[in-house]
Design a protein around this ligand. Structure first.
Ligand code: SAH
Length: 232
């Protein structure tokens, strides 16, 4: 079996793993001295490590080998996402993280059914991103930012906005060599002037097919089309 992957804020030659990660190692995986782990710091470094001590709910590990790894797309993908109800934001963040998104920015838009996100929910979304990053072998942790008002979106170098009425397909307009910002509306879609504003900011409207997709389906489809074009 692949060794368990544990997230640590910084990889040092010998370190204590504490908090949530350590509890999981001790209670669920019953870590013992001698066990092997893979550590990742969310910033592009991984290390093979060995457990040297378990004290209460803390686990001490020693690094055996460090290795810089590349499992990130070549060009950064930012996803601007309208607020969604219930568990849907979490679903998009889990799948988007697996697919290689480096930054999620939650957007407050006119037709959103959900109008705000509590700080505790943002924290939960960040934990979902950490879990998905671990599970999919990512080496960089995606950022979960916002919510911001749509008017706060800054001009982008390259942008695509998912719009059911658009004519262009992703493959026709995407330059996979450059960083890209994506925008997907909430359940109620973007208002006309919001689409106009995004166009001014550098977002090109793209279609995801003839059917109306749920926002969470649209978000994952758009991200997949982009990261698959990166070929990574
Ligand atoms: N009632 C809305 C639909 C919203 S669907 C409307 O008619 O506009 C939620 C979001 O998913 C949309 O804002 C859009 O960003 C995206 N989306 C859904 N289906 C799509 C499609 N076929 N092509 C492009 N984007 C789509």
């Amino acid at each position: 079996m692949r060794p368990h992957r544990a997230y640590v804020p910084a990889i040092e030659d010998e370190l204590w793993i504490e908090g949530r990660e350590a509890r999981h190692l001790v209670r669920v995986l019953r870590a013992r001295p001698g066990d092997r782990l893979t550590l990742f710091d969310g910033r592009g470094e991984e290390a093979r490590a060995r457990v040297v001590a378990v004290e209460g709910e803390r686990v001490r590990v020693q690094i055996e080998e460090r290795r810089p790894v590349r499992r990130e797309p070549d060009a950064e993908v930012t996803l601007y996402l309208g607020l969604l109800k219930g568990e849907k934001l979490g679903e998009v963040i889990r799948m988007g993280t697996e697919l290689g998104v480096s930054r999620f920015v939650l957007l407050v838009t006119r037709h959103a059914v959900a109008k705000m996100v509590r700080p505790a929910k943002i924290e939960r979304l960040r934990r979902i991103a950490v879990e998905a990053a671990k599970q999919s072998g990512r080496t960089a942790l995606p950022e979960v930012a916002g919510p911001i008002a749509l008017a706060e979106v800054l001009p982008v170098e390259q942008g695509l906005v998912a719009d059911p009425r658009a004519g262009a397909r992703v493959a026709e307009v995407l330059d996979p060599e450059r960083p890209v910002a994506l925008a997907v509306g909430p359940e109620g879609g973007f208002a006309e002037e919001e689409l106009g504003f995004l166009a001014e900011r550098g977002f090109t409207p793209v279609t995801l097919g003839r059917r109306i997709l749920r926002a969470e389906t649209a978000a994952c489809t758009l991200v997949a089309l982009v990261t698959a074009a990166h070929g990574q």
